[in-house]
Design a protein around this ligand. Structure first.
Ligand code: G
Ligand code: G
Ligand code: MN
Ligand code: NA
Length: 263
């Protein structure tokens, strides 16, 4: 309850335009890289909250809370608008960031205004819809709500890519892959974690990559921490990797330095 009040207050301050270093929320960006040839594919925006007394609070803690107490719409809207505006600023400054991925809570889809909000954010910042990916969870694909289905179709029609985050860990019905306009699968990091240690993981990862190939979906592996995992993913034909091996999530300004180093 204390955290709910703190979260509400932080959002109020953030939306009121709380400046720079005092802002409660910040976005970090983590590179997703094409494995062959090695180059930046896009960046994923990840929210960070620093509380004046508690310090850094993990999104794994406050995102579920925001979903429960009805604050997730405001939080995810702020993330969408701020990250798309950031992509616009990078490009205006001649910094070649090829694309952006944003996490959107399943709860957010229940409200019908998401496609309009996405369209507006892209238009305001001159970003083509093709350059935006929304990461959603398998849980969302299981709902039968007409509103959710319509929102997915409208986003697809706009040209936005829909990516299934944490693929393979949720409800294991695959039927939604043909019912919904999904463009991408993210192999959950639990499968990648012991890829080079426990032989049982490799056939699973291979199967996910083959599902992707069969359905024409891009496959992204998350949680790549070691060179051995990288080599196995490449050997299995995985297109994109994300993880500490390549880069950690970092503030927008640091990403510019990282890109210069990659140059
Ligand atoms: O970045 P980190 O590993 O701490 O994130 C933990 C979880 O929080 C991940 O599952 C991630 O998808 C989720 N998350 C991070 N940023 C956002 C966001 O802006 N919106 C939503 N809905 N989830 C986020
Ligand atoms: O569920 P989602 O894919 O949105 O989660 C992204 C989260 O994963 C981020 O919070 C990020 O901090 C974390 N992350 C990114 N790369 C790695 C990695 O290589 N290892 C681990 N353990 N976590 C990672
Ligand atoms: Mn994600
Ligand atoms: Na994930």
């Amino acid at each position: 309850l204390e955290m709910e009040a703190a979260l509400r207050e932080a959002l109020d301050r953030q939306e009121a335009g709380c400046p720079g270093e005092d802002a409660p929320f910040e976005l970090h960006y983590q590179p997703q890289v094409r494995l062959k040839p090695n180059c930046l594919y896009r960046v994923e925006a990840l929210i960070r909250w620093t509380h004046p007394r508690w310090g850094a609070v993990s999104p794994a803690e406050f995102i579920p809370l925001a979903e429960e107490c009805g604050l997730i719409d405001r939080l995810d809207s702020w993330v969408l608008q701020t990250s798309v505006a950031q992509l616009g600023r990078w490009r205006a400054a001649g910094i070649p960031v090829p694309g952006l991925a944003v996490n959107v809570s399943a709860v957010r889809f229940a409200r019908g205004d998401l496609p309009d909000q996405v369209r507006a954010a892209l238009a305001t910042n001159g970003i083509p819809a093709n350059d935006l990916t929304l990461e959603i969870t398998e849980r969302l694909m299981m709902t039968e709500e007409v509103g959710v289905h319509d929102a997915l179709d409208a986003l697809h029609a706009l040209g936005v890519t829909l990516s299934i985050d944490d693929f393979g860990t949720g409800y294991s019905s695959l039927g939604y892959l043909k019912r919904y306009p999904v463009g991408e699968l993210k192999i959950d990091r639990s499968f990648v974690k012991e890829l080079d240690i426990d032989a049982a993981n490799r056939p699973l990862v291979r199967a996910i990559i083959q599902i992707g190939e069969a359905l024409g979906l891009t496959v992204v592996a998350e949680g790549v921490e070691r060179e051995a995992q990288h080599r196995m993913l490449e050997a299995e034909g995985c297109a994109i990797g994300q993880g500490y091996l390549f880069a950690r999530p970092m503030p927008a300004a640091t990403l510019v330095d990282w890109l210069a180093g990659e140059g």
